[in-house]
Each structure stands twice: as structure tokens, then as C-alpha cells.
Write a new protein. Structure first.
Length: 356
């Protein structure tokens, strides 16, 4: 965090989705930088958890607000009087978007419109001062799928292929429209696959860790050769804060690690780590099971991060091997936490299979 503490000190920050996985990491990181106040707006869906925010003190305030409610959002923004708004709230699980796209449209598209409209009105009341910032956090999935070579850049054409990525692409376009039409001080970031502590265990890495711990099958879609770029959530958040401090208003920044892994490689590495932790129960790789692939599954994502490195000095610091090992140990230590979440996990027919 070197170089950002003076920037953040005494500022008021509003974060949407701050009780979620990435949002809570933003809150925890910001709390160390001594802003005057951090206000969280969160709908408190199944993936939100206030335990992620424990011990942060009275400067952090949580308000249960659904971004789909424009009147409530406007009231919350004007009450908080933020110097910066970080828009992290989103429905993000691709399989859930295949089964139920409507809530993704409401949360990711309507919700983004509402926070933008409320922020624009608030910024106008502030006299459109140059110090206000609005950061919109998005995904590399808006760009579609790459072949075996090449990288996405900030100029890559959008080609979303799932209901989730389509709604995130729509939200990106809304932010750009507000920037160009109203001169609104918005910035967009697009990031690869995040992992780390406190991630809700429906995503690949925690899902596999929990299943391996219970000696349950480790399902891999198709042949598992889909490639993703994996970044530790703390590296991602450092990049977000660097962009707010040093980035150019109206621009887009890609945040990635360069750590490309196939889904099978990720699961096999988890099995190897589990073998070391539990030598009396080795051969976790025998639990790996190939299942029917996800509809429209993108083959590869990878990001060119030269812009953010050049303009802010940020770079990722945690290797995938180190980060995954630390993450696995965290989940093993936090078994009482994730055991309480199991009733929220889908335990019946798999999501995203198009079977009705």
C-alpha cells in the first residue's frame, strides 16, 4: 500500500457489495489506510457475510440496500457524502446466470444504472469537483474467449458469451456512457479470476478444497483444458486502489497476474497440496471426475497489464503457487466458517446444465 496512505487518509468512501468476497477485501485494506469513514451498501444476498467485516471498528458502517431500489440508493449516497464510490456489487456466478439470468440483469444492469444515476446527482451537488472518483469493477469475461495465443487489452472488442458476462458488459457500457455524455469521473477495471480467503465456496478453488476435505468427487467441466488467469484477491485490491489514486478519469485498466492455468491444473495442484497436508489419505486426484461441460464455456482469458503497471507502478506480488497454498490452509483452518455455509450451497442437480 506504499504511496496511497496519504491519499486515502480522512476521505469518505462508499463501497457497494462490501460484505462480499472482493468487496470485503477492499474494506479491510482501506480500513488500514485510515479514511474518515467507509460506508458499505450491500443487498446481503446468499454470498454476503458480515463475518468478513468483524473487528474493523466504528469507521465502517454497513447499510442493507438493494441497488435495484433507486430511491434507497439515492438516499444512501447523499447521506454518506463520499469522496469516492467503489462499485463492486454484482451477481457473479456464471452457472447461476445460466439457470436464472433475470436477477443478473436486475443486479448488474439496473443496479449499476441506479448507482450511476445517484452518483451523478450527488457529484452535481458537490459542484462537479475534480477530486471525486467512481470506480466500476468488472471482469475479463466481457471480452469473450481467446485462442491459444494473445492477450486482451483495454482496446479489445467486447464479446460476452454468458448471461453473467453480458450483464457485466452492459454495466461497463453504462459507465462509459456516463463518462462521455456527462463528463462523469468514472474509471473501469477488468480483472481475471480472483481467489483467496473468504470466497464463497461455489467458485472453483474453494469448492474443490471443501470437496477434497470431505473426500467427495471433484467435478471438472469437460476435459478441464479451459485456461484462466488467476490473481490473489489482495493483489487485485492493491491494483484497484492504485487506479483510483493514479489512474486517468474515463479510462479502463486491466488487472491481472500473468498466471495462466487450466482448470485441470488448478484442481490437480489442490490435490497435491491436500496429499501433503493429509498423508494418511493420499491420492486426492482419484476424486477428480469429468462432467458435462458448461454451455458456451469460454476457452481462454489472459490480460495485458502493461497499462496499469506503466501508469500506477502496480504489479502482482503473490505467485499462484504461494497464494493457492495459503488459501488452502486458510480454508482448512476456517472449517467452522464454511461448514455454516453449506446449507446455502447447491446440493442437488448441478447449476448451469440447461436441464429443466
Amino acid at each position: 500500500m506504499t504511496g496511497v496512505s496519504n491519499f486515502w487518509r480522512d476521505r469518505s468512501v462508499l463501497i457497494t457489495g462490501g460484505a462480499g468476497f472482493i468487496g470485503s477485501e477492499i474494506v479491510r485494506s482501506l480500513a488500514k489506510l485510515k479514511p474518515s469513514r467507509i460506508v458499505i451498501l450491500d443487498k446481503m444476498t446468499y454470498a454476503a457475510d458480515t463475518r468478513r467485516l468483524e473487528g474493523l471498528g466504528n469507521s465502517v458502517q454497513l447499510e442493507k440496500v438493494a441497488l435495484e431500489d433507486l430511491e434507497a440508493v439515492q438516499a444512501a449516497v447523499f447521506k454518506a457524502k463520499p469522496d469516492c464510490i467503489i462499485h463492486c456489487a454484482a451477481e457473479s456466478h456464471v452457472d447461476r446466470s445460466i439457470d436464472g439470468p433475470a436477477c443478473f440483469v436486475q443486479s448488474n444492469v439496473v443496479g449499476t444504472f441506479n448507482i450511476l444515476q445517484a452518483s451523478l446527482d450527488y457529484w452535481a451537488e458537490r459542484g462537479k469537483d475534480d477530486g471525486f472518483r467512481f470506480l466500476h469493477i468488472s471482469t475479463d469475461e466481457v471480452y469473450g474467449s481467446l485462442g491459444q495465443e494473445g492477450l486482451f487489452t483495454e482496446e479489445s472488442a467486447y464479446s460476452p458469451r454468458s448471461p453473467y458476462s453480458a450483464t457485466k458488459a452492459a454495466s461497463d457500457h453504462l459507465v462509459r456512457a456516463w463518462v462521455h455524455t456527462y463528463g462523469f469521473p468514472g474509471i473501469i477495471t477488468n480483472c481475471g479470476n480472483n481467489y483467496g480467503p473468504w470466497q464463497f465456496p461455489e467458485k472453483l478453488i474453494p469448492l474443490m478444497i471443501l470437496a477434497a476435505r470431505d473426500q467427495r468427487p471433484l467435478p471438472i467441466y469437460g476435459n478441464g483444458d479451459q485456461v484462466r488467469e488467476w490473481i490473489h484477491v489482495s493483489d487485485h485490491v492493491r491494483g484497484l486502489l492504485a487506479v483510483i489514486e493514479k489512474g486517468t478519469v474515463g479510462d479502463t485498466y486491466l488487472i491481472g497476474s500473468g498466471e495462466e492455468k487450466t482448470n485441470r491444473e488448478v484442481v490437480e495442484t489442490i490435490c497435491q497440496l491436500m496429499d501433503r497436508r493429509f498423508p494418511d489419505s493420499p491420492f486426492h486426484d482419484l476424486l477428480i471426475a469429468n462432467v458435462e461441460d458448461r454451455p458456451g464455456h469460454d476457452q481462454r482469458y489472459a490480460l495485458d497489464t502493461s497499462k496499469i503497471k506503466r501508469e500506477t507502478g502496480w504489479c502482482s506480488q503473490i505467485s499462484f503457487e504461494e497464494g493457492l497454498s495459503r488459501t488452502l490452509d486458510w480454508y482448512l483452518d476456517m472449517e467452522p466458517w464454511w461448514r455454516t455455509l453449506q446449507p446455502k450451497l447447491n446440493t442437488g442437480e448441478r447449476l448451469g446444465s440447461l436441464k429443466r
